[in-house]
Design a protein around this ligand. Structure first.
Ligand SMILES: Cc1cc2nc3c(=O)[nH]c(=O)nc-3n(C[C@H](O)[C@H](O)[C@H](O)COP(=O)(O)O)c2cc1C
Length: 196
């Protein structure tokens, strides 16, 4: 009764949604990815810095190059998912900041002049955006399979550059047979929430 979101949407986004390990061969279209981005771009980040960058791996040749960097157990699903996305953090996000945060354009130099500060901020805020992205994939009626089991330096060199740090690789598509593992337990409210 406390949640105002339609119960069917609650199920779609969380209760019934699972991380997928197998997929049907139904393609994931550019239109779907645009719809997902146009929804999740509104998720909040510090100073509206929005450091997440997404590389869609569509060509068979690029897919092959990516699979080589995945951990053994992640290879079959990364090779067969309809779409695979490399999520990364742009450590030079501050260049966009005057446009993205017009309320305080000086934030670029006042807070983010130093690279280590930017890297810390980009790591946190791009991880937030990665979570919004996963929920957005679910909102499109698709399933996501996020993975951090891969060679980060290998993926960075192969697909990105020195200014981008890989975050995760996400398989995307409609779940196939036996797509998910049984739900693992979650911590109870009392284990997580304290009130002071
Ligand atoms: C950041 C992140 C990294 C993950 N890395 C892997 C991975 O490398 N390989 C894998 O099989 N599953 C990976 N998972 C999947 C998790 O184990 C799964 O999301 C979690 O157990 C919840 O499963 P459920 O959605 O079915 O409840 C990852 C999930 C996240 C969010």
């Amino acid at each position: 009764m406390s949640l105002v979101l339609d119960p069917a949407a609650q199920d779609l986004l969380f209760r019934e949604a699972h991380t997928a390990n197998t997929f049907t061969d139904e393609p994931v279209t550019e239109e779907q990815v645009r719809a997902i981005y146009d929804l999740v771009k509104y998720g909040p980040t510090a100073f509206n810095q929005t450091p997440l960058r997404v590389t869609l791996v569509r060509s068979p040749e690029a897919r092959e190059r990516l699979v080589r960097h995945m951990a053994e157990g992640n290879r079959p699903k990364t090779a067969t998912a309809p779409l695979v996305a490399i999520l990364s953090a742009d450590n030079e996000f501050h260049e966009e900041l005057p446009a993205l945060f017009p309320a305080f354009p000086a934030a670029k130099d006042a807070f983010f002049a130093e690279r280590p500060v930017r890297e810390r901020s980009a790591a946190l805020n791009s991880a937030l955006q990665a979570a919004y992205f996963i929920v957005g994939v679910r909102a499109a009626g698709l399933a996501a399979g996020p993975m951090t089991g891969f060679d980060f330096e290998g993926v960075r060199k192969e697909f990105l550059d020195d200014d981008h740090t890989p975050l995760m690789v996400v398989n995307i598509g409609r779940p196939g047979p036996d797509a998910s593992y049984p739900r693992s337990p979650r911590l109870a409210y009392e284990d997580v929430i304290t009130t002071v």
